[in-house]
Every structure is written in C-alpha cells, then in structure tokens.
Design a binder for this molecule. Structure first.
Ligand code: UDP
Ligand code: MG
Length: 337
C-alpha cells in the first residue's frame, strides 16, 4: 500500500483480488440526508483523489424516506468509487455502520457522518496517524458545533463515565470520524449504540488507539436524528458492557454465592431453632430469628434460581451473537464488487 500506510498481504489465494482491494474504505451511515449527499460524495472523492490512495465509498442507507436511497443507487450505477448498501428499514447508526464494515474491502476503514458535520478533508490526517502504527485513530471534535444543554453536556458526562469504566480515556467517544485498520473491526459484534465504544472494545483486544483533533461544522441541511434520549441509551449500553466484562460471563458465580450464603444462614438458624424447640422445649413462635430464617431461606432459593436463569440468558445471549442486527435489501455497485 502506498504512503507506507498498511501493507497488503498478497498470498497466492488472494493475488487475484488484491488488485481490487482499495487502500481505504469510507463508510457512511445515511438516514434522510439527501441534500447533503451530493456535497459529501464530492468532498470525499476530491480529498482522496488528491491523496494518492485508492478508495471506495460505502454509503449505507438506513431506512431513509427522503429519497436518499434512490439517489445513492443512481450514483452507484454511474460512479465506480461508490457502493450503495440499502438496508430494509431503519436499524440505527450502529447497525448501518456494521453493515458498511461488512461490505468494506479496504485495508483501512474510515467512518464519518453523512451530514457534513465531519469534514472529509480530515480523512488523510487520520490515515497518516494510522500509518504511524496505530490500529484506531479517533477524531476529537474540540470545537463541537451542537446544542449545549441537550448534546454537549450529556456527552461530557458520558465521555467521563466511559473513560472511568473502560479505562480508555478519550475526549470524544461520540465522534463518528474515526479510522481503523480493517482487522480491528473485523470480528466486532456491534449492537445498540455500541459503535462509539469501538475504541474501548478494540483496546480490550489489544489495539493501539489514539485521538486527534478534527474539524466539526454545524449541520447545513436537515436535523439531528437524536435528542437527549440518546445519552440514556448510551449509558445503558455502557452499563451492559461493563457488567459483561466483569461478571456477566459467569452470573451464576455472583447470584449463586449470594444465594448460597443466604440459604446456609437460613438453614443454620432453622436447625438452631429446631434444637431450641425440640431439645430445650422452649417456645420459638415469637422470636425475630424465626422470621429472619424464613426470609433468608426464601431469598436464598430465589437468588440461586435467579443466577441459574441469568446463566441460561448468557448462553442465549452468546449464541444469538451470530444473528445479524440488520437486513440488506439491495447492494448497488458499478463494478459489481
Ligand atoms: N443515522 C443513521 N441511522 C439513524 C440515525 C442516524 O444512519 O437511525 C446517520 C445519520 O444520517 C448521520 C449519522 O448517522 O449520517 C449521525 O446522525 P446525526 O447527524 O443525526 O447525529 P449527530 O451528529 O447529531 O450526533
Ligand atoms: Mg450530525
């Protein structure tokens, strides 16, 4: 690969296809962005043609109703650098990005938003950083052009929390403009709002990650697809992944232990009370200890069963990972790749 970015591994098996492997795949999730698209495609194409990198643009239409899908399909029929992946309905930005990763052939992958808020001119800067030996380069919108209360504040809190919990401190997890070595995204199972956690997930897998400041513009057309609820969803995802990393893989160990302690104490107290009643012949009916024993036993049994259920749930969860989080209606590409 040129620019010393990433070397193509040419083996006899892939020799024939190495000719069509581009240096960079630019993945763009699109939901109702028809006004922006012509400008976006032009900006990406002119920036990357000026660099000496070969590239492909993969626009994933995520259930648009404003004609973005029709526009993308038309363009993909005439432009050799564009692949249009049309999803069956709106699955969300993460799913759209996952679909894009699936169709991307490049050695490096760049993601950015369709609304021109990210600046395609930053792509070569990110790629140059990737070329320095990083596996993932994340953009940092240091002068972010979004609403303060509903977007900037929740993001600040979310970024701080994600940094604390995952141990990967980035200023701006939410920035879509990121560059990856293709291996990094290859085996990622994405769902929910998880695309923003890619740096943290990749870091756990041993990836070298870094962050560089990028430009950010106010939206030119249309409206943001998100409000304050997104932060809530992001935080819930954070909770699940951090929980998962800690002990969700073996929930029985947590609930089972609590349940066992509770059951053993309840049984112990029960045996003691039986002894008091039978051997010593004392009344036990009005002792607070009796209520405690019953409570501990009942809670113990319930916690134990809860752990068992959680264990079964985890099995199902892991097994369901093979299920796609999106469905593709159509793929249009001029050269049929
Ligand atoms: N997007 C998408 N599916 C959705 C919502 C958004 O593919 O369900 C795309 C959208 O078209 C844009 C990107 O994700 O390219 C980011 O969305 P938006 O600009 O609304 O988010 P913001 O910049 O406000 O965070
Ligand atoms: Mg935007």
């Amino acid at each position: 690969m040129r620019n010393g970015l990433i070397s193509v591994r040419v083996t006899p098996e892939n020799e024939s296809i190495s000719a069509i492997i581009p240096d960079v795949s630019v993945v763009v999730p699109v939901h109702d962005e028809v006004e922006s698209l012509p400008f976006l495609l032009e900006a990406i194409a002119s920036t990357l043609s000026a660099s000496e990198l070969s590239y492909e643009i993969i626009c994933v239409d995520d259930g648009s109703t404003d004609g973005s899908d029709t526009f993308l399909k038309e363009q993909a029929r005439i432009r050799p650098d564009l692949k249009a992946v049309i999803l069956r309905r709106n699955y969300g930005q993460t799913a759209a990005m996952a679909a894009g990763f699936n169709y991307a052939l490049g050695n490096a992958i760049v993601t950015l938003d369709a609304d021109l808020q990210n600046d395609p001119e930053d792509i070569p800067i990110l790629l140059a950083k990737l070329g320095e030996g990083y596996d993932l380069v994340s953009g940092w919108r240091h002068k972010r052009q979004d609403a303060a209360i509903s977007r900037l504040l929740p993001s600040k809190i979310a970024n701080w929390l994600i940094g604390k919990i995952t141990g990967v401190k980035l200023h701006d997890y939410g920035c879509s403009l990121k560059a990856y070595r293709s291996e990094v995204v290859a085996d990622m199972n994405l769902y929910g709002e998880l695309h923003r956690f890619l740096p943290a997930l990749a870091y756990i897998e041993g990836a070298r990650i870094t962050e560089i400041p990028v430009r950010h513009h106010a939206r030119r057309f249309g409206r943001s697809k998100y409000g304050i609820w997104r932060t809530f969803r992001v935080l819930m995802d954070l909770l699940t992944i951090s929980f998962m990393k800690k002990f969700l893989t073996r929930p029985m160990h947590v609930f089972g232990l609590l349940g066992l302690v509770s059951m053993i104490s309840g049984t112990g107290i029960g045996i003691y009370l039986t002894f008091v009643k039978l051997a010593l012949g004392e009344m036990i009916g009005n002792r607070p200890l009796l209520i405690l024993a019953v409570l501990l036993l009942v809670t113990g049994v319930q916690l134990f069963c809860f752990g068992l259920l959680a264990e079964l749930l985890m099995r199902t969860y892991h097994e369901s990972q093979g299920r796609p989080i999106y469905r593709v209606r159509e793929v249009v590409a001029k050269n049929g790749n």
